[in-house]
Design a protein around this ligand. Structure first.
Ligand SMILES: O=P(O)(O)OC[C@H]1O[C@H](OP(=O)(O)OP(=O)(O)O)[C@H](O)[C@@H]1O
Ligand SMILES: O=c1cc[nH]c(=O)[nH]1
Ligand SMILES: [Mg+2]
Length: 212
């Protein structure tokens, strides 16, 4: 598995405000949206393209277009939904699948309550959106869903990651023979006794959409 921590002053600036407990929900949503677009720029570095030639007003010009089939973007509900618009702004032709998952707060195990994905993902590049990679249980389950349907590679875009979550994914997908990448704005220190990322930003879903 490959991990990329995007090192850029604009990313660090926006992430700092996102973490701040005084940041309200509307500002949090706007910053999450802006951050995902910056992260997606790096995360899509290996997106498949095909060569094309277009005519400028002066002469033919060689260039590229996104290859078919289009990439699949998969936000993990609920918090991943806050990253969808920022991603599709950059990749407007992408298709979107959905996974609804919630972590049981006592066992920290991920439970799936909704799946809406294409049956056949053969040859598809997939981008999973979830702001928090904590124990890694949720993301590991999501990646399994995609590989089980034939996805060619999976790139996860996260706002924050914990070392424990990256280690979990490394172990879970060792020897799978398919590329997995995690692109994140920061690698934090650790998880606390409740499985929350420290220093983190709290519960991303609650900060985006309110406590339910
Ligand atoms: O790496 P893990 O330990 O599995 O934890 C990370 C998951 O926890 C959060 O979702 P949550 O269960 O709070 O659901 P929500 O998005 O509906 O708030 C977060 O958005 C991730 O999906
Ligand atoms: O720190 C964390 C861990 C899991 N889910 C969150 O929203 N935040
Ligand atoms: Mg939550």
């Amino acid at each position: 598995m490959q991990t990329l921590v995007v090192d850029h002053p604009l990313v660090a600036h926006k992430l700092t405000t996102l973490r701040d407990v005084r940041t309200d929900s509307p500002t949090f949503r706007r910053l999450a949206d802006e951050l995902v677009t910056l992260l997606a720029y790096e995360a899509t570095r290996d997106v498949r393209v095909t060569d094309v030639t277009v005519d400028t007003p002066l002469a033919p010009a060689h260039g590229v277009r996104l290859a078919r089939p289009a990439p699949l973007v998969v936000p993990i509900l609920r918090a991943g939904l806050g990253m969808l618009d920022g991603m599709t702004r950059l990749l407007p032709t992408a298709e979107v699948g959905f996974l609804g998952m919630i972590r049981d707060e006592s066992t920290l195990k991920a439970q799936t309550y909704a799946t809406r994905l294409p049956e056949d993902l053969s040859g598809r590049q997939c981008y999973v959106l979830d702001p928090m990679l904590a124990t890694g249980g949720t993301l590991a389950a999501a990646v399994h869903f995609l590989f089980d349907r034939g996805a060619e590679d999976v790139t996860a875009i996260c706002l924050l990651a914990a070392p424990e979550g990256l280690a979990h994914l490394d172990e879970a997908f060792q020897g799978i023979g398919k590329p997995i990448r995690v692109v994140t704005a920061a690698l934090d220190e650790r998880l606390n006794e409740n499985g929350y990322i420290v220093p983190g930003l709290g519960d991303a879903g609650d900060r985006l959409y309110g406590v339910v």
